[in-house]
Design a protein. Structure first.
Length: 202
């Protein structure tokens, strides 16, 4: 699921490393050394991008540039996951992460726009590699309308560069019946119980 960033700055130069899509990698090992989104999650962002809200697993914040819509929220996993290509079909941890990203994004959007009563008004999309701008998985939560056709087109699922959340969820093995959702939650509860039992034995 990727590697946690360990440095607080992706802009400083260091020998034996390279920067790609706002992430600094070790040239020798390919390990992540720093990441702009990891920095934001930790509160180390030099441009002081503020979190809207966070949970144990995911965080939401506003992009530095609002992309021509009524609202635009970014939701990221708090541990470093590179992009959609890093996800494995049917992996319960990845399905749980996707579920958490959507839930948190929609919770933040509803809180910011209590006048919007229909969740279908929001557009949830991912950019598909290599068209993603940052090498840290992020979900775009938009509230249209967009200011111009180009922005609308850029963030419309169903094209090679953009995929809707629903399509990603189904492609990764999720479904609309709630069966897999229940299985993911069951595994999560079992994992939490196991952690509690391990702590009690210490």
């Amino acid at each position: 699921m990727g590697n946690r960033a360990t440095s607080s700055s992706s802009s400083s130069s260091s020998p034996g490393s390279f920067v790609r899509k706002a992430v600094r990698y070790s040239a020798a090992t390919g390990e992540v050394q720093s990441c702009v989104f990891c920095n934001i999650v930790r509160g180390d962002d030099p441009q002081s991008t503020a979190l809207i809200a966070e949970t144990r697993a995911v965080a939401a914040f506003l992009p530095r540039r609002q992309d021509g819509a009524r609202d635009h929220i970014l939701v990221v996993p708090k541990h470093h996951v590179r992009n959609l290509s890093s996800l494995k079909v049917g992996d319960p941890a990845h399905l749980r992460m996707l579920r958490d990203m959507k839930r948190h994004g929609m919770t933040c959007a509803r809180a910011r726009h209590p006048d919007v009563v229909d969740d279908a008004a929001y557009r949830l999309v991912f950019h598909v590699p290599p068209f993603n701008s940052v090498d840290h998985l992020h979900l775009h939560v938009f509230l249209p309308p967009f200011d111009n056709f180009w922005k609308d087109f850029t963030y419309t699922g169903g094209w090679p560069w953009c995929e809707s959340f629903e399509h990603v969820w189904q492609r990764m093995g999720g479904d609309d019946s709630g069966v897999l959702e229940e299985a993911v939650e069951t595994q999560e509860r079992a994992g939490q119980k196991g952690e509690e039992e391990s702590k009690s034995r210490l």
